[in-house]
Write a protein that binds this ligand. Sequence first.
Ligand SMILES: Nc1ncnc2c1ncn2[C@@H]1O[C@H](COP(=O)(O)OP(=O)(O)O)[C@@H](O)[C@H]1O
Ligand SMILES: [Mg+2]
Length: 1004
Amino acid sequence: MEVKTSLLDNMIGVGDMVLLEPLSEDSFIENLRNRFDHNEIYTYIGSVVISMNPYRSLPIFNPDKVEEYRNRNFYELSPHIYALADEAYRSLRDQDKDQCILITGESGAGKTEASKLVMSYVAAVCGKGQEVNKVKEQLLQSNPVLEAFGNAKTVRNDNSSRFGKYMDIEFDFKGDPLGGVISNYLLEKSRVVKQPRGERNFHVFYQLLSGASDDTLKKLKLDRDFSKYNYLSLDSAAVNGLDDAANFRTVKNAMQIVGFMEDEVQSVLELVAAVLKLGNIEFKPESRCNGTDESRIKDKNGEFDLLGIEQSVLERAFSYRTVEAKLEKVSTTLNVAQAYYARDALAKNLYSRLFSWLVTRINESIKVTRHKVMGVLDIYGFEIFEENSFEQFIINYCNEKLQQIFIELTLREEQEEYIREGIEWTNIEYFNNAIICDLIENHQSGILAMLDEECLRPGTVTDETFLDKLNTICAEHQHFESRLSKNSKYITDHSLPHTCFRIQHYAGKVLYRAEGFVDKNNDLLYRDLSQAMYKANHSLIKQLFPEGNPAKVNLKRPPTAGFQFKASVGTLMRNLQTKNPNYIRCIKPNDKKASHIFTDSLVCHQVRYLGLMENVRVRRAGYAFRQAYEPCLERYKMLCKRTWPHWSGPLFFLEERRRQCLQNLATLIQKIYRGWKCRTHFLLLKKSQIVVSAWYRRYAVRLFGEMQKLKYQKRCKEAVTTIAAFWHGTQVRREYRKFFRANAGKKIYDFTIQRIMQKYFLGLKSTLPSMSPIDKSWPARPYLFLDGVHTELRTVFHHWRVSQLCLCPSPIFNSSVKYYLTVSQPFRGDYLEISKNPKYQKLNSAMEEKVLLADVVNKINRANGKGTARIFLLTKNSVVLADQKTGQVKASVPLPDLTSVSVSTQSDGFFALKLKEGSASAIKGDFLLSSEHLIEIITKLHRTGATAADSEQLNIDISDEFLVQFKHDKVCVKFIQGAPKNGNSVSCKRKNNRLLEVSVPTTA
Ligand SMILES: Nc1ncnc2c1ncn2[C@@H]1O[C@H](COP(=O)(O)OP(=O)(O)O)[C@@H](O)[C@H]1O
Ligand SMILES: [Mg+2]
């Protein structure tokens, strides 16, 4: 972080005059000059800030500087107005002390600028946020509006405040601005109609004419040319460095920010225009029959269209003056001079009332209820012009009062306090201007009281009579000088005209011209004029002239301007005394508004009348820090009981202790708060938990009760059923006991037997032997009495098993044929798949009956014993032999024509179909065939032959030698056991004409 400059590091001259050695007026001025030459415009006298007007912008008012001075101790950094603003703001925020910033100095010394710097600093360091920023903006933007209407260029200052302003900025407990109240003090309204040489009217007139659009000017019926308006002085219309047009835009914008409505801004501009146009109204005399002149408006060019006032009404108001007493009403005509006077009075009143309305309107936007207050006083500075009038008198009076406050609080009270406290003290002489204040404001003999008396006195009252009165009453006063006073001292003083009086103010002698005092103090507007204004068709004008309302005619004189001013200054002073004062004493380095020029004599004069030397002396002689017992006790009593009431610790130690203590307190508060918050939260949770669990339990208990009830009911029902069952059982048993005992044995026996049988059969199911007919096994019989059944079942099972294999009853195979070898092949019947095979389609369709068996067999040739393949078909009625290749039928034998079938005992597959002698089929002789499915063929032939209705049982001859009738001869077919050399195949050989020998391998 940047190392900040300490007050004593790199200091130009001495930053705090209290430390100046040796202290003399010369060294004081020299120190100011030295610092001024090095752009150090601020110097302290303790906590008082002396501000030299640099008349140029310095790079010390920027956000960086604001940050630098923020929250720093007053003496930590080099002197700056920001340090004072920071100190004031912090003690307002942290110690709840209302503050006021008193800015004094003569006109052009930089008071207004200083007040703006203080306000901008406070705005920069206080809280932020949308609402706060809006308030800040409104407070800050009230400045340009009031400056436009209340400031003007004077010979002393191009932007001289022609009104006094005191602004209370109100803060909340955190130190955030909430709003404010502006009090305005007597506007120098004479400037509206006449300006001294080299000066201007109020800025707003020039701003309006330069900055408003053509359209606006046209609507307001104004001309951009300043010279067209009598009320605008021509010789200094344009001011160096002032851009009226730009300022007009700033003002309009500021009005909008402050909260003026569009139509309000328009009304205000209309009034400003009306004032300008009023100045252009001219009068001409018109002779009346009674010989007097009456004024008439010259060139009636409809100037007043804008305000909605009828011209005739206005003209009448400028021509007559009506004086109303309790009973009578007297109307007198006005001559041209009076008419001009009336016109100017109207213009001044219109403008000053407009100004007051603006302040009220701004207050409406920014007002809030009081909390903590920081007041910033920027009043018109002490001024001495060539010609000084009532306004300067008032302004200078106000400055006297401010000087009084300063003297009272910093010089008188402080010294008196040391003496009161019994502290050794050498009295420091200073000039107390209370005597001048008394000259002006004394209730009986004060100048203002004299003036009021004159104004209210019946009879002819003029400025001369007023001056006479002063001359008699105040002649003896040390600070009053007049040529005509009895005090012979000034009789020969030619610098003092007869029509003037001079006051030795604290800041110098001022010559006042008595002319106009009475009039300005009266500040009367002819009732005719206010009534004419009230008739205007313009709401704002109506509002500004409420006394013009005929319904509210008030014959009482309004309070005089001097009286009002004195009262409001009194209120202001009382208000300031309740607050902690912070002083900024502005000094003008030269009279030329020039930078870099330091006129010793001028500065010296200001240093003297501001009492700065005395201020330094009191500061040096007194303690560096003073605090009243009360607040000190209040502030530090928390630290240690023993330190009260006779504490003697060093201040910064106490401050440090206090800060630590505050920190601890803050921690404690935070701790307690957090504990409280957590506890509250916990208790809330606990309470909720109890409520929830209570509800749940209630619900659960209810549910549980319901369930218990249901369970109980169910058990009751079950119990009833059980009891009933037992009861019925008992009843029944009792009733049936006799029957039961008699038949029980047989029944139990039957039942047991049944059960055993059942168990036996069911058990048999799982212990049955295999399906092979040669399997001799059979499960053991469980009970002896089952023996017969058991044996029978075994036989049945065996039969069934066999029947499952061949579906043929046993008689065929009673012989010794070893059929089991063949029956291992299942009977398929149609080996050729004759119905599906397209090759046999023709053959199949030639069959009249369903084919039961289709197979390829060998037809044995008698000549050589060799076989020819033939298709063998068996239908329900016949046996058909067909050519294997062509499917052509070779022989068809009706089953009745078959007498018997001869087979051998061997497994050779040979069989002979023997035909009935004499039948048609027998012509060709018997068939000797061989097949692999011999058993199946014979079985099926046998069964088919048996079922054919008209046929006899087909005989089956089983012999190893049988005769076969071929066409003409009978040939014997003989089966022999073949030698192993013949291999495994069966062979057939022709032995001779009458014998065919079939050799069957032994193993076959
Ligand atoms: N701090 C400053 N920095 C630059 N210029 C200043 C400063 N203070 C005053 N001035 C110049 O001096 C002029 C007069 O100051 P102002 O505050 O209006 O005087 P006062 O209100 O005391 O009559 C300003 O218009 C400005 O040009
Ligand atoms: Mg000012």
